[in-house]
Write a protein that binds this ligand. Structure first.
Ligand SMILES: [Fe+2]
Length: 308
């Protein structure tokens, strides 16, 4: 395989039923900042330079729409497009300048085998400034996607997009495209859908302050604060946002050296998980029922149907 590969996850796109209330949540509570709104789409940035890390599309039903992926330059975009065509993916357009996209850039879009939109781009506009507030997310950390046809999806990310397998458990495969232990993870469950999305905070103190802001705004902490005793070793805290999606603040994601990192399989993790439970600190023991409904997509559907 050539070296053409994805180098980061810029963010994700969600369909939401009430754009104004969703944008208010992500602005005032979650700590993102709306940078542009047009044609029923609100674009939210983090404190870092990425143009936006979340796009909210007003629609009749809430849904996970897809992922925006970064790569280094036009040559790589063109190479990944050629590979996508050869891979048999549903390629929606040829590489082109994208002035109609917020942040512009050069890229193309295609669909994963589950039908979710993927956009690969380079030369996307970046902010000149950093927002000086450590209690707000600095960047998009990772997206965990529920996938139905699991082996095909993994091949798609590894063989086509150049992701590397970091770790495999009974429930999830963790994939990296940068030193972060995982930027995309595939949950072996009914899909397609969003299992959860995660945003990075600079450190534990800033994460705790961010959690305090969300809780004091009337949103329950559904799981955490804890440190994963499994892949990634990152600190986690889970909430459920107003549309029923599970969202996470995280920090201290394990940084990987490709030359030395040993990929561990599901059996290894069954036999060697530190502490024997999901939290290395043995603090975050119980996930809420609400979070479980959110991660399986049932809460989003219940809200869409007026049942919750
Ligand atoms: Fe996570």
């Amino acid at each position: 395989m050539s070296e053409a590969k994805v180098t980061g996850v810029r963010g994700i796109d969600l369909a939401v039923r009430d754009l104004d209330s969703s944008a208010r949540f992500y602005n005032a509570v979650w700590g993102l900042e709306e940078v542009r709104r047009e044609q029923g789409v609100a674009y939210m940035r983090a404190t870092g330079r990425e143009h936006h890390v979340l796009a909210l599309h007003e629609a009749p039903r809430s849904a996970f729409l897809g992922t925006r992926l970064a790569t280094s330059d036009k040559t790589v975009v063109d190479a990944l497009h050629a590979r996508a065509c050869g891979f048999g993916a549903v390629v929606l357009d040829a590489p082109h300048q994208m002035p109609s996209q917020a942040g512009g850039g050069y890229g193309f879009s295609f669909r994963s085998p589950d039908g979710l939109m993927q956009t690969v781009s380079c030369d996307v506009e970046r902010h000149d400034d950093l927002i000086a507030d450590a209690t707000r997310p600095s960047k998009f950390s990772h997206v965990v996607v529920r996938v139905a046809n699991f082996p095909t999806q993994r091949d798609f990310f590894v063989d086509l997009l150049g992701f590397k397998l970091s770790d495999e458990t009974d429930g999830i495969d963790f994939l990296r495209c940068s030193p972060d232990h995982h930027s995309v993870a595939l949950a072996k469950a009914q899909g397609p859908g969003l299992h959860h999305m995660a945003f990075e905070l600079p450190n534990l103190d800033s994460l705790m302050r961010a959690c305090g802001r969300v809780r004091s705004s009337g949103h329950d902490l559904e799981w955490g604060v804890g440190r994963h005793s499994g892949p990634g070793n990152n600190i986690f805290s889970f909430f459920v946002e107003p549309n029923g999606f599970a969202c996470e603040y995280t920090t201290e994601m394990e940084q990987i050296d490709d030359a030395t990192y040993p990929v561990r399989d599901a059996r290894w993790w069954r036999e060697n998980r530190p502490g024997g439970g999901p939290c290395a600190w043995r603090m975050a023991t119980r996930r809420s029922e609400n979070l479980m409904l959110a991660r399986t997509g049932k809460l989003v559907e219940a809200l869409n149907d007026g049942r919750a």
